[in-house]
Design a protein. Structure first.
Length: 340
């Protein structure tokens, strides 16, 4: 008589214990989302650590989604409902339904500007790559922050002047330098008062197919919200907000060191009686980071922006890495109402 051996089945975890484990996981993943969301929701002057944490709000949709999954597996309706609400809040902040849209005057013809902006990281950005991006993307207006004399020389050697012959530049050591290159006429009209880094105001006069358009351009570079620089960061953003009340077609391009999740940045967009438009935000690029592109094991965030007045339409927003800098180059096509 043959004996059939039977394998012993592995012991199973009781269903109640497994569900309890999922509920614990749901709570652990939801807790940091709740904390940062509270800071994001309350528009007050938070300290440096909180300001930096709020920058990463767009990525909270991932742990919020995980918390919802764990809550469903944990078989608690109230917990699943709370997690679903948390996900809904993150999705609203990711693509807010009440965000402003450009509203140009339909009676106007437009002149197109293909714009690009880059923080060159103390002038270390690869000049040949900058020139390649300008050439291959048909850039007509280029703004650069952290612009040095060495970078100016490398850009000249790489042939930038043949593509963008007009320039207003102020090279400097450290992070204080800036430049605007263009195929269109440029005229310096001033600087943002009281800013930590010089932020020039430049009038761009563009002509195309018999049409003429004027843009009041600001080359933006605010102080970073780090340590003792936090108050200066706030005052820089407030000073930019004062520009929004100026008449005409406005474009603010550069390194704001702020994301849409900072109340200070949102306040800037809504200053002066009209709502400015963040081009990247408008085109659904909240999860397309502009920093850090290298040297940091962090989720990327969007702190470089093209901000335009509601009279200006935008399209073709794109982000490109540039060797040598931890910021990405951002670009978009702006359609500016013509004056005749």
């Amino acid at each position: 008589m043959m004996l059939r051996s039977r394998g012993r089945a592995a012991p199973r975890m009781p269903a109640g214990r497994a569900a309890a484990g999922w509920r614990i996981m749901a709570g652990l993943t939801a807790a940091p989302v709740v904390v940062v969301s509270c800071f994001r929701a309350v528009p007050r002057e938070w300290p440096t650590t909180v300001v930096q944490l709020v920058s990463f709000t767009p990525w909270l949709v991932l742990p919020a989604g995980a918390s919802l999954l764990f809550a469903v597996l944990g078989r608690r309706r109230w917990m699943a409902g709370a997690a679903a609400g948390l996900v809904a809040v993150q999705l609203f902040w990711l693509v807010p339904l009440d965000y402003a849209r450009a509203a140009p005057d339909a009676a106007h013809d437009t002149v197109e500007l293909r714009t690009m902006s880059l923080n060159a990281k103390l002038g270390q950005a690869d000049a040949a790559e900058i020139v390649r991006l300008v050439r291959e993307n048909g850039i007509t207006v280029l703004t650069i922050q952290e612009y040095t004399k060495a970078l100016e020389d490398r850009l000249a050697a790489a042939g930038l002047a043949t593509l963008l012959p007009n320039r207003i530049s102020a090279p400097a050591g450290g992070a204080a330098g800036n430049a605007v290159y263009s195929v269109h006429g440029l005229a310096a009209t001033g600087k943002v008062p009281g800013s930590h880094f010089p932020m020039p105001l430049i009038r761009v006069t563009a002509e195309s197919r018999g049409q003429r358009a004027v843009v009041e351009l600001t080359n933006v570079h605010t102080r970073a919200p780090v340590g003792v620089g936090l108050p200066k960061w706030r005052s820089d953003l407030a000073a930019l907000g004062q520009l929004v009340s100026r008449p005409g077609n406005l474009v603010l391009a550069g390194d704001f060191n702020a994301s849409y999740d900072h109340a200070e940045f949102r306040r800037l967009l809504q200053s002066g009686g009209r709502v400015m438009v963040d081009v990247g935000m408008l085109q659904g690029s909240r999860l397309v980071p502009t920093w850090p592109m290298e040297d940091h094991a962090l989720p990327g965030i969007t702190i470089d922006h093209l901000v335009a007045s509601p009279s200006v339409l935008s399209a073709n927003y794109a982000v490109h890495r540039v060797p040598g800098t931890d910021h990405a180059a951002i670009m978009a096509t702006l359609s500016v109402p013509a004056t005749g």
